[in-house]
Design a protein around this ligand. Sequence first.
Ligand SMILES: Nc1nc2c(ncn2[C@@H]2O[C@H](COP(=O)(O)OP(=O)(O)O)[C@@H](O)[C@H]2O)c(=O)[nH]1
Ligand SMILES: [Mg+2]
Length: 241
Amino acid sequence: MDKIQKSNRAARGTVTCDNTTLHLLKANDFVATSIRNRMAEQNILLINITSSAGSGKTTLLQETVRRLKDRVKLKILVGDIETERDADRLREVGGDALQIVTGGICHREAQMVWQAMESLDLAGVELLIVENVGNLVCPASFDLGEDYRVTLIATTEGDDKPKKYPRMFLTSELMLISKVDLLPYLPFSVEAVTRDARDINPDIGVLELSTVQGTGVEAWCDWLMEKVAAKRGVANGARVV
Ligand SMILES: Nc1nc2c(ncn2[C@@H]2O[C@H](COP(=O)(O)OP(=O)(O)O)[C@@H](O)[C@H]2O)c(=O)[nH]1
Ligand SMILES: [Mg+2]
């Protein structure tokens, strides 16, 4: 959380932005702080899931809903430029999902999350997951007030993405290497992508995932539940180290 704010600030310092862009990012950070405060008051863990389009975010979230819906009260905010399709897919498996159609905007902004929160009943919710619009560029700059950012990189995308889109990996807590079932058919090196991501962010966690085969899905759910438990601990006055 602090890391995202710091790195966003640092990155803004090195990028040539016009004043409009700077004002936009400043306004976004202001709303993101309000979201973070509200999530802290209500003890809700907020996760922001990012990736290129088609890396497997919704498929993973469908499986997450199937496995966790009886263990934790969770809601999902899905963002796409058009259509309600991802929210429908999540509802089909029993998920409580709200679609935000961004109408041409290539990322989610904190203001969109804030507005969506107004129409969500968050009573008792412990986990709110945002599926961001699919791309590794714009969503990297917009803090949504999340506790953790998680980025998927699919084996079908090529293993050169961390160095090309460093800010996304710098600001992520966890990198999920998705579609590892396709590794035998693709020139993709798990070792190389992990090394490049850790060059940028030495603290980034790495998990190999195949949602279709079930590889890594349990570990992903365990990661989520650990973070939920830590947030519950904070709510109950425990000190998290
Ligand atoms: N081979 C393989 N395909 C997957 C996996 N996860 C998702 N897909 C496929 O990848 C495509 C895009 O998935 P989707 O979840 O819609 O990606 P999103 O755009 O990131 O939400 C779909 O055709 C999925 O069936 C996986 O683990 N392995
Ligand atoms: Mg999707």
